[in-house]
Design a protein around this ligand. Structure first.
Ligand code: CTP
Length: 443
């Protein structure tokens, strides 16, 4: 019996997939189809797959060509599968020509002609979401670069009311339409990425929601608790997605880290210590302007994200020890207590600490090296060194692509993100706001 194997994502199942499976089956007597898992796809940089794994499997099944379906979960699995199932022929479409020649060592490799004029990417791109950028700051260039890796989105509208240096640079690099009138800008888009100075943030968000646009706001959200409540209610009333652009929340490794820490592997979590410090030079003056409140306002969202994820929403007490220079918070140590745990963090715009994170439990601890907010590697450590384990995940580019991809998925499914929930945003904002009212020691 001649055994054939082929692999694919089979998202938004189309004629090209059907033809390939049909011809693959004709190459032998028994066809095994490997369908990629969501994690594997994310790891190889394929974001925004629309259909769930179960749906994609169902579509392959329905063709009637597959005698067996396996799930592809890791790099190198093809070799394992070929040996395990005693495969004679490996086949894929001609778009992969040459790429899998290394499998010739294990079986025959055949590239089948690809069906012309159709692909999942193209289907995803037919109903693209038109996203506009409201305001331009240094992060906007990175945002635009990263959006190229996400299908189903098109960014060609920018609203600016004053043209900064960043805007001049952007204009040279990208082809987009500049709007000076908000109404025209909102008429041209479905969703908006807002990046403005804190004092304009609330008004900009409310305005976008009133125009019935989905909103992604670059962190930090610096509005009062009452203003945030108004925003949440407005988004709800207008059936629109409201999301905070705190990129770590959407990256693959961070999600795994949180899940692992909460699985009980290190026992009960006793303490979380996570720093985020910078020394901002003149060239970063732009960023200081954006968050003129200083360290806590500019950076505390990141450690607070880790705390709400690991220790929950109900903190008991929060304290700040802050180095104040002419009214600017240059360095702050934060102490937050919970019913059964404690968290600490150094944040600084003019100071440097190790940017790592340690999650301590009563059975062991997790060590995430700096920069923990861009992590792709962490270690679970125990008293008995033999039990230590290392974990690796992919973190591509600046990481913004994961956030953009999540925003698109949320819009398409009309469901708020579970990676950073509205309640979590509410708590993070509330914790930042405590800086102005809570126990604060300045030095
Ligand atoms: N395929 C094909 N003809 C097409 C599209 C895909 O023969 N027009 C083949 C691919 O070469 C692969 C299999 O179908 O062997 C599954 O491909 P997959 O990557 O899931 O589909 P694409 O449409 O290429 O997806 P994407 O655009 O996301 O890359």
């Amino acid at each position: 019996m001649k055994k054939v194997i082929t692999y694919g994502t089979y998202d938004l199942f189309h004629e090209g997939h059907y033809n390939l499976l049909k011809r693959a089956k004709e190459l032998g007597d028994y066809l095994i189809v490997g369908v990629t898992s969501g994690d594997f796809d994310k790891n190889r940089g394929k974001l925004n797959v629309r259909d769930s794994l179960m749906t994609r499997i169902k579509h392959v099944e329905e063709t009637g060509f597959a005698d067996e379906i396996v799930i592809e979960e890791y790099f190198g699995q093809k070799i394992d599968d070929i040996k395990k199932y005693d495969v004679d022929i490996f086949t894929v479409g001609s778009d992969w020509k040459g790429h899998f020649d290394y499998l010739n060592e294990y079986c025959e490799v055949i590239y089948l002609d690809r069906t012309k004029g159709i692909s999942s990417t193209e289907i995803r791109n037919t109903n693209t979401i038109k996203l506009g950028c409201y305001g331009v700051e240094s992060v906007t260039t990175r945002f635009l670069e990263e959006s190229k890796y996400v299908s189903g989105i098109n960014i060609d509208a920018i609203y600016v009311d004053n043209e900064s240096d960043c805007f001049d640079q952007l204009k040279e690099q990208y082809d987009f339409k500049v709007y000076k009138h908000q109404q025209e800008f909102y008429d041209a888009i479905d969703a908006v990425y807002i990046v403005v100075e804190p004092k304009y943030q609330f008004k900009a968000i409310v305005n976008a929601l009133k125009h019935k646009k989905h909103v992604l706001v670059e962190f930090p959200i610096l509005v009062t608790d009452e203003q945030l409540q108004e925003i949440i209610e407005l988004a709800d009333a207008n059936n629109r997605i409201f999301m905070e652009g705190l990129k770590t929340a959407y990256t693959p490794a961070f999600g795994k880290l949180i899940a692992l820490a909460k699985s009980g592997i290190i026992g009960n979590i006793l303490s979380v210590d996570a720093n985020f410090t910078q020394i901002l030079g003149k060239q970063l003056g732009e960023q200081i302007r954006l968050v003129d409140g200083g360290s806590v306002h500019a950076l505390a969202s990141y450690p607070f994200l880790a705390f709400v994820k690991l220790l929950g929403l109900d903190y008991k007490n929060i304290q700040f020890f802050s180095r104040d220079d002419n009214g600017i918070d240059m360095f702050t140590k934060m102490l937050i207590s919970y019913e059964k745990a404690v968290a600490t963090s150094n944040v600084a715009i003019s100071g440097k600490s190790e940017g790592d994170m340690v999650i301590s439990g009563d059975k062991g601890y997790i060590y995430v090296p700096a920069p923990w907010w861009k992590t792709e590697y962490f270690e679970v450590r125990f008293e008995d060194l033999n039990m230590n384990r290392k974990y690796f995940y992919k973190f591509d580019g600046e990481g913004l692509r994961y956030e953009i991809s999540e925003f698109i998925q949320c819009i398409l499914n009309y469901k708020n993100s579970i990676l950073l929930t509205i309640e979590e945003i509410r708590t993070i904002t509330n914790m930042i706001n405590q800086f102005n009212v809570a126990n604060k020691v300045t030095f």
